[in-house]
Design a protein around this ligand. Structure first.
Ligand code: DAH
Length: 360
């Protein structure tokens, strides 16, 4: 019976030593497979004497059963271990912060335009738009800028190329947002209260001028709109925009072809350590042009100047953004330098509202 004891010791040890499914299968074949040692021994029972068989038979059968259940137990243990290993390896810490996704930022010009739109919406102004490629009638003539008027030269206008024989009226890249005044009145009539933010173009390039820049036009026409309304609207606007209660504006007599009377508006400020402070100090900074809309402008938009009157103003959006956010060079606005955009840009969810703060 030593044989059976030897077989048992050998195969149970092999099962215990098997490190994976393949090794177990090898052990199974070697023990109880067709040509396995235990299977062969069982087959040898027939050649034994009845006495021998009586002893060896039950012992070998018991051994085979023992090996079968040892194999099953070892297999179960292996798959438990595999599962534990997977659980340990695939463990996920859901409390970790997510990896930051590369996020774009809102350009300061877009942010400032949104801020302006929010402020003027609160004052009852809708947003109007016009084409950037404008006919010279809307850009100049309708605004009382005659062909020989010096303003046509001063604006350093980009003219659209025309092939010889093309007799369509000349088109320009609009030099200001003022033509939107005409288009808005033509489209919607009066009374009207609109702002028109957008791109404008002039052939000019230095630290404070780029060939493309942004303006915001304002227009309010009704039966009895006066310069006092203009003053109040601009003061309210500056107070909200610069987030200073004590803003002080100075209206300086000026001239624009499309307004009469005309005023340029300066804001009280000071420069301290290279920092601009609005509303205090002894300096005045020009921020916009304005005036009462010229009767000829109303007439060219089909509005009766004997019944209707109102004000208009135009300001440089980029310049306001530079002032408000302390950005020194205008040209950097349009370089598309990602480091600049990350530094000066705004988070996409910081939407300006009067309640939550215009420039959080
Ligand atoms: N269009 C003028 C410019 O580009 C700005 C301006 C001045 C607009 C006075 C106005 C205004 O509406 O009343 O320089």
């Amino acid at each position: 019976m030593n044989d059976v004891a030897d077989l048992r010791a050998k195969h149970l040890a092999a099962i215990a030593a098997a490190g994976d499914e393949a090794a177990l299968e090898e052990v199974r074949l070697a023990a109880i497979g067709k040509k396995g040692e235990v299977a062969l021994a069982l087959r040898g029972l027939g050649a034994m004497s009845p006495e021998e068989r009586q002893v060896a038979g039950p012992a070998l059968n018991a051994l085979r059963d023992e090996i079968v259940s040892a194999l099953a137990a070892a297999r179960a243990a292996l798959s438990d271990a595999a599962l534990s290993a997977r659980l340990a390896a695939e463990w996920l810490d859901v409390s970790l912060p997510p990896r930051p996704a590369a996020q774009g930022t809102i350009h300061p010009v877009s942010q400032v335009m949104d801020e302006m739109a929010a402020i003027f919406a609160d004052l009852g102004f809708a947003v109007a738009e016009g084409p950037q490629v404008e006919d010279d009638w809307h850009n100049f003539d309708a605004l009382n800028i005659a062909p020989e008027h010096p303003a046509r030269q001063e604006h350093d206008t980009f003219y659209m190329a025309r092939a010889g024989g093309d007799n369509r009226p000349p088109h320009v890249l609009r030099t200001h947002t003022s033509p939107v005044q005409i288009r808005a009145m033509q489209a919607g009539g009066v009374p009207i209260r609109v702002i028109a933010p957008g791109r404008v173009y002039r052939a000019d390039y230095d630290q404070t001028h780029t060939p493309m820049f942004h303006q915001l036009e304002g227009l309010a026409i009704d039966r009895d709109v006066t310069m006092a309304n203009l003053k109040w609207v601009l003061e309210e606007f500056c107070r909200a925009m610069f987030e200073v209660d004590g803003v002080e504006l100075k209206f300086r007599a000026s001239h624009f072809p499309f307004t009469e009377p005309s005023a340029e508006v300066d804001i009280r400020c000071s420069w301290k350590d290279g920092q601009l402070r609005i509303g205090e100090g002894d300096d005045w900074l020009e921020i916009l042009g304005s005036g009462m809309v010229h009767p000829k402008v109303l007439a060219s938009a089909g509005v009766d100047p004997d019944v209707w009157q109102g004000f208009a103003f135009g300001l440089g959006v980029d310049r306001i953004a530079m002032l408000k956010y302390g950005i020194p060079d205008l040209r950097a606005f349009f370089d598309s330098d990602l480091r600049w955009l990350r530094h000066y840009g705004f988070a996409a969810l910081d939407v300006p509202t009067l309640q939550a703060g215009i420039s959080r």
